[in-house]
Unconditional design. Structure first.
Length: 250
C-alpha cells in the first residue's frame, strides 16, 4: 500500500448512496443568522427553510443527557449567563435566553420538529474528548422517528465511529481542517481519523482547498461538504472541490 493512500475508508460509493438529498442545496452555517437573527436560533433556522436551503447546526448535551443546539462550550458569548453548557441541566438551559433575543436555547428535538424534513440537516456534535457515549445517545434519541435527510458529523472521529457501531442507519461524517498542523503530524492525524471514524462523508475547511486528501476521498466515493464559505471566491472554490457548501451570508 502506498504511503499516500488512507489506510481505510468507506467502500467506494457508499457515502453518496447514503447521503442522498443531503447535498441537494447549500446549507446555512448555524442557520441563516445575522440581521437580528442569532446563530443556532429558531429564527435563523426558519429563515434558511424559507430560502429552501439546508441547515448546519451544533449540538451539546445537558448534564442530564438531553441534546441542545448551541455552539460554544461556554455560555458567555451567546447568552447573559456564564459557565459550561454541559454543567447545566435541561430545565436550566431551556430558561436561558439567547443574547439580544427573546428566544431560549433550543433542544435538538424542537429544532427537528421545526424543520420537519423540509430541508437537509447536518448536525455537528461538539465532543471535546473520547467520552462521547452520552452525547451521541442524546442525539440518537432526538433523531428517533425523524425521516428527513440528516447527517451527524464531528471533528472527533469517535463520534462517527460510535454511530457506525451503534446507529449505522444514521449517516455520519468527519469534519476536517488542515490548519495549524505540521505537515507530517497533520498527514498522520487525518489518516488515523479517517480510519477510526469510518465516515460516509467529509466536511472540509474551504481554506484548505485544493487538498490532495479531500480529492482522494472524493475519488474513493466519499462526498465532501465544505465550510465555512463566506464570499464569492470561496463559493467558487467550493463548487470546484466539493459536492456542496456550508455558508454564511455576507
Amino acid at each position: 500500500m502506498s504511503r499516500s493512500e488512507p489506510v481505510e475508508t468507506a467502500a467506494p460509493g457508499t457515502g453518496r448512496k447514503r447521503i442522498g438529498r443531503l447535498t441537494a442545496s447549500p446549507l446555512a452555517h448555524r442557520g441563516l443568522h445575522g440581521r437580528g437573527r442569532i446563530e443556532n436560533s429558531r429564527a435563523a433556522f426558519a429563515a434558511a427553510i424559507r430560502k429552501g436551503h439546508g441547515i448546519e447546526l451544533d449540538v451539546q448535551a445537558s448534564s442530564d443527557g438531553h441534546a441542545f443546539v448551541f455552539h460554544d462550550y461556554e455560555l458567555d458569548r451567546l447568552t447573559e449567563e456564564s459557565g459550561c453548557v454541559a454543567d447545566r441541566g435541561s430545565a436550566e438551559l431551556k430558561r436561558i435566553r439567547l443574547k439580544g433575543s427573546e428566544e431560549t436555547i433550543p433542544t435538538l428535538a424542537e429544532i427537528l420538529e421545526l424543520i420537519g424534513s423540509q430541508v437537509p440537516v447536518l448536525i455537528e456534535v461538539k465532543a471535546p474528548d473520547r467520552n462521547v457515549t452520552a452525547l451521541c445517545l442524546s442525539v440518537m434519541r432526538a433523531l428517533e422517528g425523524y425521516r428527513g435527510p440528516v447527517g451527524v458529523m464531528s471533528f472527533n472521529p469517535e463520534v462517527s465511529r460510535w454511530f457506525a457501531v451503534h446507529a449505522p442507519r444514521v449517516t455520519r461524517g468527519l469534519v476536517v481542517t488542515e490548519s495549524d498542523k505540521g505537515r507530517l503530524r497533520g498527514w498522520i492525524e487525518r489518516r488515523f481519523a479517517l480510519w477510526r471514524a469510518r465516515p460516509e462523508f467529509l466536511a472540509y475547511d474551504v481554506r484548505d482547498f485544493p487538498s490532495r486528501f479531500a480529492s482522494r476521498a472524493r475519488r474513493r466515493g466519499l462526498p465532501v461538504f465544505t465550510w465555512t464559505v463566506r464570499n464569492a471566491k470561496q463559493a467558487k472554490i467550493g463548487r470546484i472541490n466539493a459536492d456542496q457548501i456550508i455558508y454564511e451570508a455576507a
